[in-house]
Design a protein around this ligand. Structure first.
Ligand code: PMP
Length: 325
C-alpha cells in the first residue's frame, strides 16, 4: 500500500499542507497503539468520486472509538465533510482514505489520560495486489499465528495495536513466498485473512463466519452478503472448519483494499478446479458495477464528494478551510 505524498492532510479540524502535518514523539498512540482507524475507498464514477459505504465506515469508527473510550471531538457529519473536502482539495479520483483517531500527547501512563486527536489522509490508489495476480487467484497459507480471541481484545473494533497480529502473520507468509496469510481462531476454525474476511462457496451456497470466530465485521463482507442474497444465492453465516476450505468449490477474500479476491491455492492445495469461479465472478462483477456508480439500485451505498452530484461546491473547493473544533 505505497503512496505518493498529497498536498493536504486533515488534522483536528484543519486542512494542513502535507509537510506541516506532524505528530509529537510523545504521542500515546505511537507508544502503545492506542488508536482506532478506518480504511475507506472512493471510486471514480460518472458523477465524480464517490466514497463507498462512508456511513458504515464512520459508524464502525465511532463504535471502535467507544470501546477504547476515545472521545471523537467532532460529529460524523463533520468527518463526512472533512473527508469529502480532503478528496476534493487533493484532486483525488480513485483513492484510499484513512481516518485515524488516537490518544495524543499529554501522558504516557497506561490509563491513557490524554486528549484525542483525529486525522485524515487520503491518497490516489495503487492496487494492493496487482490485477493479474488477483485474476489468477491468490496463493495463501494457514498462518502459524492464531487470530487473538475476542475475549482478549475486541476483534470487532478496528484498533491500531491489534494489527501487530496481522503484521506477524503477513510477514511470515511472505517469507515463505505466499500472497496472504489465513489465521485460524483459537478453536482451530477459520477466522480471517490478515486484513480480509473469508468466504467459501459450496454447492451454490455462499458461506462466511461472524464475530463468534473473532473477526472484524468487514464492510465489504456485509456488502458481499447483501449482493449474494440479491443475486439469489443462499448465504450461511456460521463457524467454518478448516477442512471446509479445502473442500470448497470456490473461496475468496474480501476487504476494502483487496476488494474481492479469489483464493487459488491454500498451502499448495488447489481450491476447486483452480480456474473457474462462477459465483465469485458474478459477485465481483456486481461489486465493481456498484462502486463505479453503474447500479442505480445501490446508489445509497455511495457518497459523492461533490456536494451536488457532479456540481463543484463553492466554499472550500480551491482553498483549504481552517476550522476550530
Ligand atoms: N479483517 C481485518 C482484520 C481487517 O483489517 C479488514 C480490513 N479493514 C477486514 C477484515 C475487511 O474489512 P473491510 O471490508 O471493512 O475493509
Amino acid at each position: 500500500m505505497s503512496f505518493e505524498k498529497t498536498k493536504w492532510v486533515w488534522q483536528n479540524g484543519n486542512q494542513l499542507l502535507w509537510d506541516e502535518a506532524k505528530i509529537h514523539s510523545s504521542a500515546h498512540a505511537l507508544h502503545y497503539g492506542t488508536g482506532v482507524f478506518e480504511g475507506i475507498r472512493a471510486y471514480e464514477t460518472p458523477q465524480g468520486p464517490a466514497v463507498f459505504r462512508l456511513k458504515e465506515h464512520l459508524d464502525r469508527l465511532y463504535a471502535s472509538a467507544k470501546v477504547y473510550d476515545l472521545q471523537i471531538p467532532c460529529t460524523p457529519e463533520q468527518l463526512t465533510e472533512a473527508i469529502s473536502e480532503n478528496v476534493r482539495l487533493n484532486g483525488l479520483k480513485n483513492c484510499y482514505i484513512r481516518p485515524l483517531v488516537f490518544f495524543d500527547r499529554g501522558d504516557l501512563g497506561i490509563r491513557a489520560a490524554c486528549p484525542t486527536s483525529v486525522m485524515i489522509i487520503a491518497w490516489e490508489w495503487a492496487e494492493a495486489i496487482d490485477a493479474e495476480k488477483k485474476a489468477r487467484g491468490l496463493r495463501v497459507t494457514v498462518s502459524p499465528w492464531k487470530k487473538f480471541h475476542s475475549s482478549m481484545m475486541p476483534t470487532t473494533a478496528k484498533s491500531s495495536g491489534q494489527y501487530l497480529n496481522s503484521i506477524l502473520a503477513v510477514r511470515e507468509a511472505a517469507q515463505r513466498g505466499f500472497d496472504e496469510a489465513l489465521l485460524l481462531d483459537i478453536n482451530g476454525n477459520l477466522a480471517e485473512g490478515a486484513v480480509e474476511n473469508i468466504f467459501l462457496v459450496k454447492d451454490g451456497k455462499v458461506l462466511t463466519n461472524d464475530e463468534k470466530s473473532s473477526i472484524l465485521l468487514g464492510i465489504t463482507r456485509q456488502s458481499v452478503i447483501e449482493i449474494a442474497r440479491n443475486l439469489g444465492y443462499g448465504v450461511e453465516i456460521r463457524a467454518l472448519a478448516l477442512d471446509e476450505l479445502f473442500s470448497a468449490d470456490e473461496a475468496f477474500l474480501t476487504g476494502t483494499a483487496i476488494e474481492i479476491a479469489p483464493i487459488r491455492e491454500v498451502d499448495g492445495q488447489t481450491i476447486g478446479d483452480g480456474r473457474t469461479r462462477p459465483v465469485t465472478e458474478k459477485i465481483r462483477k456486481t461489486f465493481f458495477e456498484i462502486v463505479t456508480g453503474r447500479k442505480p439500485e445501490y446508489r445509497g451505498w455511495l457518497h459523492f464528494v461533490e456536494s451536488k452530484l457532479g456540481a463543484p461546491t463553492s466554499a472550500g473547493r480551491f482553498a483549504p478551510r481552517v476550522r476550530a473544533m
